[in-house]
Design a protein around this ligand. Structure first.
Ligand code: ATP
Ligand code: MG
Length: 755
């Protein structure tokens, strides 16, 4: 996918400013990498890969106090796991300490740096404000020799911490505060994880960073937007120090993700305060946490691709990350059955134990593989799949009702066994003919054998924070979600399932926890639910302000759909940004952009459709004109199919596999009962016929039957062509590809004198 940085690189290569691309990812080893870092990693390593260049992994380790080898190791592991390779390009900024010092001496000799004895507070005060220029320090015009002498004394540890600093001498009146004699070095009597006790002074980021880039021959130094003001200083350092190359800095928007925090300081706080079990707690947005939870590198990379690279900050909907992982796991994970909250069921009429050969994947995934599933008289079903008094629309088990056991019989509940008012077991009979007959009942539930299943622990995770923007809170800990972890110890998994990640049917995607699992005592982490249940919950919660409003104003609230959409965007910068993107970048009409960005569920649905089929206008046309009509009052969040399915459907139409009208038929079925477009097309035999062998006889017959019309066409009445195409279409039952029919009819009428 293109972005503004790629455009810059293309231009640099075109005009010969560079003949290769060298980027770098420069983490400070003071914490674990998180999903925001993944965005930067994918960008930097992705550029190097696509342009046949290099990407360095550099430890930005110029601060002795917080850095540690343990973090260095973790960072390397995470970058590798994400699928990137730095080759021999692994560096430490600390390895340049001698060269940084030489560069500082060079600046002092050139009269461009001085040792200042003002305190940190005084320096801040002397620096002035945006509206008032700074004042010179009384030490600013020291002679060069005195500066050289003092700098050397700083280096060897002659002064305690805080006595003095080295500052660049630039411009105290600069509108850019960063240019008002910034600090280059400070004294720190601290051991460094790499250089030990050798240094008593350590360089500042703004000095070390451009020099490191230059020493490594970096061509494009990509950082996040907060560093925009630092760019002038970056260029100043490159210009005034002896360097072998002239890198340039470019800024992009850092990733902010809803319902989590991405600041290493805050993540460290969560770890140290034991709010989570560690850096790799599966609720953490760290790479280590996501890995342990069961995320795949492919899913994280595709998420980074999905969100793109832009120049304005915005919070990304966490639904996008979940979408990316679902999308990846769907094709990857075998389906198995696991009962999370077991309720015992006896199938009273089962003649004996059976073994069912159950496929691992549904047909639309197109993957082979099956495992044996034991069916015994005593089974477990999900507690939730039984209701003593069924609610309206509940199609699972209740007294006297029937349900199908996945891959097996239809059973009917005959008897409910209670103890102290609580349902403890059910007795059911199976319709032993129901596998053969395949007769339909409304519900299908998952189950496991009670005697031949394995007990497992399952950990259900929810968002770590209760609010979308915990960073906006005064105390981010106050909005931690108390229900972010739920441990179920009594779960039962079918016995012969093999793998590390599964879809537990009807429950979600789960992965074996690599840390706490033991032989015979597996622990599973829920990676993600099957659908975005949070969106539905948020919607239920949303009407609150409206009802509050009602108290003040009892008149009926009449608001048009357009007003609702406008309000939704006013409340959500993410939706507002989508509106602009749909209109300006994707070229949708105002109207389509408005509808598709006016409701989070529909908008997410559209995004998902786009990632399955990139023709935005075609997808938007189907989403706005066809789908909206079928939805009526329902929300896109309640659909039985996801946006990906709509995208795939539109792709089938655009690619000519099915006609537009067949597409509408498929969509109607999707809305009514869900499913996969390709599978529906096959089952209903909707594939367009474009094969000449099949169409030519129909064309011939139609032409032969209408000699008058043929004569009129040949006399110059071009409108007759439409008549013939219509006849052929009708006779093909609407399955013929109209474009192909058009060609065949035209060829038949113009080159053949018969008829
Ligand atoms: P924090 O503010 O949490 O300490 P940081 O930016 O200081 O994070 P570094 O280790 O210095 O963390 O970051 C290494 C690289 O990763 C930098 O180039 C930085 O721009 C990039 N990066 C860090 N956080 C994000 C983010 N949320 N989105 C995109 N890139 C990021
Ligand atoms: Mg940093």
């Amino acid at each position: 996918m293109s972005n503004f940085i790629r455009e810059i690189i293309d231009e640099d290569l075109r005009v010969g400013r560079h003949d290769r691309v060298v980027t770098r990812f420069p983490p400070e080893p003071n914490g674990y990498l998180h999903i925001g870092h993944a965005k930067s990693i994918c960008l930097n390593f992705g550029l190097a890969r696509d342009y046949g260049g290099r990407c360095h992994l550099r430890m930005d380790d110029t601060n002795p106090e917080t850095e540690d080898q343990h973090f260095v190791d973790a960072i390397q592991k995470d970058v590798r796991w994400l699928g990137f390779d730095w080759g021999d390009g692994f560096y430490h900024a600390a390895d340049y300490f001698d060269r940084f010092y030489e560069a500082a001496v060079h600046l002092v000799r050139a009269g461009k740096a001085y040792v200042d004895h003002l305190s940190v507070d005084e320096i801040r005060e002397y620096r002035g404000t945006l509206s008032a220029p700074g004042r010179p320090s009384p030490y600013r015009d020291r002679p060069v020799d005195e500066n050289l002498d003092l700098l050397e004394k700083m280096r060897v540890g002659a002064f305690p911490d805080g006595t003095c600093v080295l500052r660049a001498k630039i411009d105290l009146a600069s509108p850019n505060m960063k240019m008002r004699d910034p600090l280059l070095y400070r004294i720190r009597h601290a051991a460094h994880h790499r250089t030990g006790e050798k240094w008593r002074i350590y360089p500042m980021y703004d000095f070390a960073h451009p020099l490191s880039d230059a020493y490594e021959g970096i061509t494009h130094s990509i950082c996040t937007l907060e560093f925009e003001n630092n760019r002038e200083l970056y260029d100043w350092v490159i210009e005034h120090c002896p360097v072998p190359a002239r890198p340039r800095q470019y800024e992009f928007a850092r990733l902010q993700l809803g319902y989590t925090v991405l600041s290493k300081r805050k993540l460290l706080h969560l770890v140290n305060g034991k709010y989570v079990s560690g850096w790799d707690d599966p609720r953490m947005p760290t790479i280590a946490g996501l890995r342990r939870r069961g995320y795949t590198p492919e899913a994280i990379r595709s998420f980074c691709e999905l969100i793109g690279v832009a120049k304005t900050n915005s919070t990304v909907d966490i639904g996008k990350l979940e979408f990316a992982v679902r999308d990846d796991l769907n094709a990857r994970c075998p389906r198995v059955m696991c009962v999370l909250r077991p309720l015992e069921v006896t199938i009273t009429n089962l003649p004996g134990d059976e073994t069912i050969d159950a496929p691992y994947f549904p047909p639309e995934i197109g993957k082979a593989g099956a495992r044996p599933v034991p069916l015994t008289r005593s089974i477990y079903i999900e507690r939730d799949d039984f209701m003593r008094t069924p609610a309206k629309g509940f199609h699972r088990l209740s007294p006297g009702a029937e349900v199908r056991l996945r891959h097996s019989y239809v059973i009917r509940c005959d008897e409910v066994i209670e103890r102290d008012g609580e349902v403890v077991a059910l007795r059911c009979t199976a319709d032993l003919d129901s596998v053969r007959s395949g007769r339909r009942v409304k519900g299908t539930i998952h189950w496991v054998s009670a005697t031949q299943s394995v007990p497992v622990e399952v950990r259900l995770y929810d968002r770590l924070f209760r609010v979308e923007k915990p960073d906006a809170e005064e105390d981010f800990l106050s909005v931690l979600n108390p229900d972010s972890l739920q441990v179920l110890t009594d779960c039962r998994l079918e016995p012969w399932a093999e793998g590390e990640r599964f879809q537990f049917e009807r429950q979600g995607y789960f992965a074996v926890d690599p840390v706490d699992s033991r032989d015979g005592a597996l622990v599973f982490n829920r990676i993600v639910t099957l659908r975005d249940s949070w969106a539905a919950k948020a919607e239920e919660a949303a009407p609150a302000p409206a009802s509050k409003k009602k108290k003040e104003d009892t008149r009926p609230q009449k608001r048009t759909a357009a007003e609702f959409r406008a309000r939704a965007r006013a409340a959500s910068p993410a939706l507002e940004a989508r509106y602009v993107r749909y209109r300006d970048a994707l070229g949708l009409t105002d109207e389509a952009a408005d509808v598709l960005s006016g409701d989070l569920a529909l908008s997410d649905f559209f995004e998902a459709a786009l990632s399955a089929h990139a023709d935005a206008r075609a997808v938007a046309n189907w989403a706005v004109n066809e789908l909206q009509g079928l939805l009526e009052e329902r929300s896109a969040a309640d659909l039985r199919f996801d946006g990906g399915a709509l995208g795939r459907l539109v792709a089938l139409v655009d690619g000519g596999t099915i006609s537009g009208s067949a597409g509408k038929e498929v969509l109607a079925e999707l809305v009514a009962q869900g499913g996969d477009p390709a599978a529906i097309v096959e089952r209903r035999g909707l594939r367009q016929v474009s094969d000449e062998g099949a169409l030519a006889p129909i064309v011939d017959a139609v032409v032969a039957e209408h000699p008058d019309h043929v004569a009129r066409f040949r006399a110059g009445n071009a409108g007759m062509l439409g008549f013939f195409v219509g006849q052929v279409m009708k006779r093909s039952g609407g399955k013929a590809d109209p474009k192909r029919v058009n060609e065949l009819v035209r060829a038949r009428l113009t080159t053949d004198s018969a008829g």
